[in-house]
Design a protein around this ligand. Structure first.
Ligand SMILES: Nc1ncnc2c1ncn2[C@@H]1O[C@H](COP(=O)(O)OP(=O)(O)OP(=O)(O)O)[C@@H](O)[C@H]1O
Ligand SMILES: [Mg+2]
Length: 419
C-alpha cells in the first residue's frame, strides 16, 4: 500500500491556494484604490470649484500686478494657472459663466483643462489634476500586502523544508518493505530528522538481526530433523508389512518436503539478491515438460518469444512450481499463460478446481495457512507454498493477484518487472 505524505499529495492544492491568495490581495488592493480615487475625485472637484469661484472674485478686484502675484502664489504641482490674452485650452467659457465650469468639471475624471474669460477679456487658464498622486497610505497598504504574501511564501517553504525528512522516511520504509537489506539512512538535516533517521536505522538493524536469527533457527531445525528422518527411513526399509511400509514412507516424504519448504522460506531473500539474465520462456517451458513427463496435466501458452528478465532462476522456478503444484493438487490440471509488455512479464496460472471462498483468499499467502483443513485432509502440504510465492513476488517488487474464475476455479496472476 502506497500512501503519500499529505503535504506532497496536496502540493497542487497549496500552489492553488497561494495563487488564490495572491489574486485576492491584488483585487482587494485595486478595489480599495478605486474607491479611494473615486472619493478623492468627488472631494477634489468640490474644492476645485470653490477655488475657481474664489480666484475669479479675487482677480476681478485686482490690478495686473496683483493678479500675477495671486496666480504665482497659487500655482502648485496639482493646479497650474496662467492669465493670457488668448485662451490656452480648447474648452473655453466666456463671460464668467461659473455654472458652466461646474458642468465641465462634472464631466471630467482625470484632468480639468479650461480657459475662462475674465471681465477684462483676458483668459484665465486652468490645468488641474483631479486624480490623487500615490498617497503614502496606499504605498503603506501595498507594502503590507507584499509583506504578507512573502510571509505566506516563507511559511510554505518552511512546511516544505521540514516535510523532506518525512518524505525520506516514507521512501525508506517502503524500501525496507521490499528489501530489508537496503542501505541505511544518512544522518543529515535538522537534529530532529537525524535522531529519527538513527532510530529508523536501529529498527532496520534489529529487524535484519531477527530475520537472520529466524533463518538460522529454521535452518538448524531443518538440519537436525534430517538426521532422525534418515534414520527413520532406514528403519522403515526393514518393515515387512507392505501397507505399514508405504504409510511410513509417505509420512517421511511429507516431512522431508516440509523441511525443504521451511528452509526455502527462510533462505528466500538471499537467493533473490543473486540475479542474472533469465530466459523466462525457456525456464517455464522446461519446468512444464518436467511435469508433463510425470503425466501431469500442465498446459503452457507462450504469448511472446524470448521473454528475458533479471531474476534468480532458482526462485523463479520455485515460484512457478509452487503454483503448478497447487493447481495439480487442488484442481488436477493447470493452464499457464506467459505474456510480457515493455516493462513486465505476466504469468497467469488458471485451474478449474473448487477455487476459494472470497473471505479466505486474503489469508492464503500467510505462512502455514491452509484453507479448510478438513477438505485438505488427504492432501499433504505445510501451508508455505503461497507464502513463498508472495515473498518472491514482493522481493522482485511485483504484484500478485488471486481470484476465483467463473464458473469455477482459481486464477493466480503474477506481474514481475523485467529489471
Ligand atoms: N489452486 C488452488 N485451488 C484451491 N485452493 C487452493 C489452490 N491453491 C492453494 N489453495 C488453498 O490455499 C492454501 C494455501 O496454499 P499453499 O500453497 O500456501 O499451502 P499448501 O498447498 O497447503 O502447502 P504447501 O504448498 O506448503 O505444500 C491451501 O491449503 C489450499 O487450501
Ligand atoms: Mg501449495
Amino acid at each position: 500500500m502506497k500512501t503519500n505524505y499529505p503535504f506532497y499529495s496536496n502540493r497542487k492544492l497549496l500552489v492553488l491556494l497561494l495563487l488564490f491568495l495572491f489574486v485576492i490581495q491584488i483585487l482587494a488592493f485595486v478595489f480599495y484604490e478605486n474607491i479611494n480615487n473615486k472619493s478623492y475625485n468627488a472631494m477634489s472637484k468640490q474644492l476645485v470649484l470653490q477655488h475657481i469661484v474664489f480666484l475669479v472674485q479675487r482677480l476681478r478686484n485686482s490690478n495686473v500686478k496683483q493678479q500675477n502675484h495671486i496666480i504665482n502664489s497659487l500655482n502648485n504641482a496639482a493646479m497650474q494657472e496662467s492669465i493670457t490674452f488668448i485662451p490656452v485650452w480648447a474648452t473655453q467659457i466666456t463671460q464668467q459663466r461659473l455654472w458652466q465650469v461646474h458642468k465641465v468639471l462634472v464631466a471630467q475624471s482625470q484632468k480639468l483643462q479650461l480657459s475662462l474669460q475674465l471681465l477684462n477679456k483676458k483668459w484665465l487658464n486652468l490645468n488641474v489634476n483631479l486624480m490623487p498622486g500615490h498617497s503614502s497610505l496606499m504605498i503603506f497598504i501595498l507594502c503590507l500586502e507584499v509583506g504578507f504574501f512573502i510571509l505566506m511564501l516563507f511559511i510554505v517553504w518552511l512546511l516544505y523544508h521540514y516535510s523532506i525528512p518525512l518524505q525520506t522516511l516514507r521512501e525508506a520504509a517502503e524500501e525496507i518493505g521490499f528489501n530489508i537489506h537496503s542501505a541505511p539512512l544518512q544522518s543529515t538535516g535538522p537534529e530532529v530528522a537525524r535522531e529519527t533517521y538513527n532510530a529508523f536505522n536501529a529498527m532496520q538493524n534489529k529487524i535484519q538481526l531477527l530475520l537472520k536469527e529466524r533463518s538460522l533457527m529454521l535452518a538448524a531445525i531443518a538440519h537436525d530433523l534430517k538426521t532422525p528422518l534418515t534414520r527413520m527411513q532406514l528403519r522403515t526399509d526393514f518393515i515387512a508389512d507392505k501397507e505399514q511400509y508405504q504409510n511410513n514412507m509417505a509420512d517421511i516424504d511429507s516431512m522431508n518436503i516440509l523441511v525443504e519448504q521451511v528452509v526455502a522460506y527462510a533462505e528466500e531473500e538471499s537467493e533473490v539478491a543473486d540475479v542474472t539474465r533469465v530466459d523466462v520462456n525457456a525456464l517455464v517451458e522446461s519446468l512444464c515438460h518436467d511435469y508433463q513427463d510425470q503425466q501431469q496435466a500442465v498446459n503452457l501458452n507462450l504469448r511472446q518469444e524470448h521473454v528475458l528478465m533479471q531474476a534468480n532462476s532458482v526462485s523463479l522456478k520455485r515460484l512457478c512450481s509452487n503454483l503448478i503444484e497447487n493447481a495439480i493438487k487442488y484442481a488436477g490440471s493447470v493452464d499457464i499463460t506467459l505474456d510480457a509488455d515493455v516493462d513486465n512479464i505476466i504469468l497467469i496460472f488458471d485451474d478449474a478446481g473448487p477455487g476459494l471462498s472470497s473471505d479466505k483468499i486474503k489469508y492464503i499467502t500467510q505462512a502455514f495457512y491452509r484453507v479448510d483443513k478438513a477438505r485438505n485432509q488427504n492432501i499433504s502440504g505445510s501451508g508455505l507454498g503461497l507464502a513463498i510465492v508472495a515473498k518472491i513476488v514482493q522481493t522482485y517488487r511485483g504484484y500478485l493477484t488471486i481470484k476465483n474464475r467463473t464458473p469455477t476455479g482459481l486464477q493466480v496472476k503474477i506481474t514481475l518487472p523485467k529489471i
